[in-house]
Design a protein around this ligand. Structure first.
Ligand code: SF4
Length: 334
């Protein structure tokens, strides 16, 4: 009964990005992934005892000593019961829309998604970015900790430039381990950036290439560049592994309004190059280079038209909605 109800529900009442698990009163557990596979969902098994597990990422399976069996297929409903595991496709949708942001920022580096390991994908993204922006006169490549580290390493290796840790998180502070753009309040994001500390002895007098995984609002980037200048950086180039984010995400990542994005300009006549130049100036770097969707998808090994880049393109067809953009205050009541 529950299975039929859930299939009716996902076919008739649900659109967009979702993964869910459902515990029914007949002690079965169900798991489903949306037909386009925006978010990851994986199936695993405990090595001892054979318990079946579903998780949002394969890193969660490793944490409990389970093995990855496979990705849950987009449009699949899985039932776990005393009779074992049953699978049923509730959609035959061919178009996929895997969130590209997972590959540069959100997913854990040890995870495997759609056949690609995230750490290796990020390193390749860095290599591909080095081909796009071969800044050969730099002394040093440094990552913004932590998620940009593999990309920075790939970038440095591709160009044969030294890689080093010029910025470190203060692991003793309460906010050090957090990631700044996830924090909903500007004051909290600034607070986190105070705990990213430059190493003066590494930075001083150098032309550094800072590799970051995204530039969402620009808050972190500005604080980091200020700290690097104070530590004596001679020249700062910044390359971003994700393309310019210009539109809100309504598929599960928290940048809900356009005005809060670094790319936002009132004047619609600004060209893409002028927007990048404005951000470069605001952030305070000597050079700013963004990745592009084709380059990113090529590095990850997934066709660009099978990935979601809605926050870059503003084309919400993948989600099946035509949004009316609202302010953060209207969205969240803050
Ligand atoms: S809009 Fe951007 S962040 Fe949201 S799902 Fe698509 S690619 Fe990911």
């Amino acid at each position: 009964m529950w299975k039929n109800y859930l299939i009716w529900l996902v076919r008739n009442e649900m659109i967009g990005s979702y993964c869910f698990t459902f515990l029914s009163d007949d002690t079965s557990v169900y798991a489903a992934r949306d037909p386009r596979g925006f978010r990851p969902l994986v199936l695993g098994k405990k090595t001892d005892g054979g318990t079946n597990i579903v998780a949002s990422e394969s890193s969660a399976l490793s944490a409990v000593g389970a093995d990855l069996i496979r990705d849950v297929t987009p449009g699949e409903l899985i039932k776990f019961s005393k009779n074992g595991v049953e699978s049923e496709m509730f959609s035959e949708e061919k178009q996929k829309a895997h969130c590209s942001f997972e590959f540069t920022y959100f997913a854990h580096p040890s995870s495997k998604m759609e056949g690609s390991n995230i750490y290796i994908s990020r390193k390749k993204i860095g290599q591909f970015l080095a081909k796009k922006y071969p800044i050969k006169d730099a002394d040093l490549v440094i990552p913004v900790p932590d998620s940009a580290r593999p990309a920075a390493l790939g970038y440095a290796q591709e160009l044969g430039i030294s890689f080093d840790e010029g910025l470190l998180k203060d692991r003793y502070s309460k906010k050090g381990p957090l990631r700044s753009f996830i924090e909903p309040h500007q004051s909290d994001r600034i607070e986190i950036n105070r705990w990213i500390i430059p190493i003066k002895e590494i930075i001083e007098g150098k032309h550094v290439i800072v590799v970051d995984d995204s530039l969402v609002r620009g808050t972190s980037s500005k604080a980091i560049v200020k700290a690097l200048r104070k530590a004596g950086a001679r020249k700062i180039s910044m390359v971003i592994t994700y393309p310019p984010i210009k539109f809100p995400c309504y598929a599960g990542i928290d940048f809900p309004s356009q005005e809060e994005l670094a790319t936002y300009v009132d004047d619609k006549n600004y060209s893409d190059d002028e927007i990048v130049e404005k951000i470069r100036h605001d952030v305070g770097v000597d050079f700013l280079g963004y990745n592009d969707p084709e380059n990113l998808a090529h590095a990850v090994g997934i066709p660009v038209d099978s990935m979601c880049f809605t926050c870059v393109s503003g084309n919400y067809d993948m989600l099946g909605i035509k949004p009316l953009f609202k302010s953060r205050q209207e969205m969240k009541g803050e």
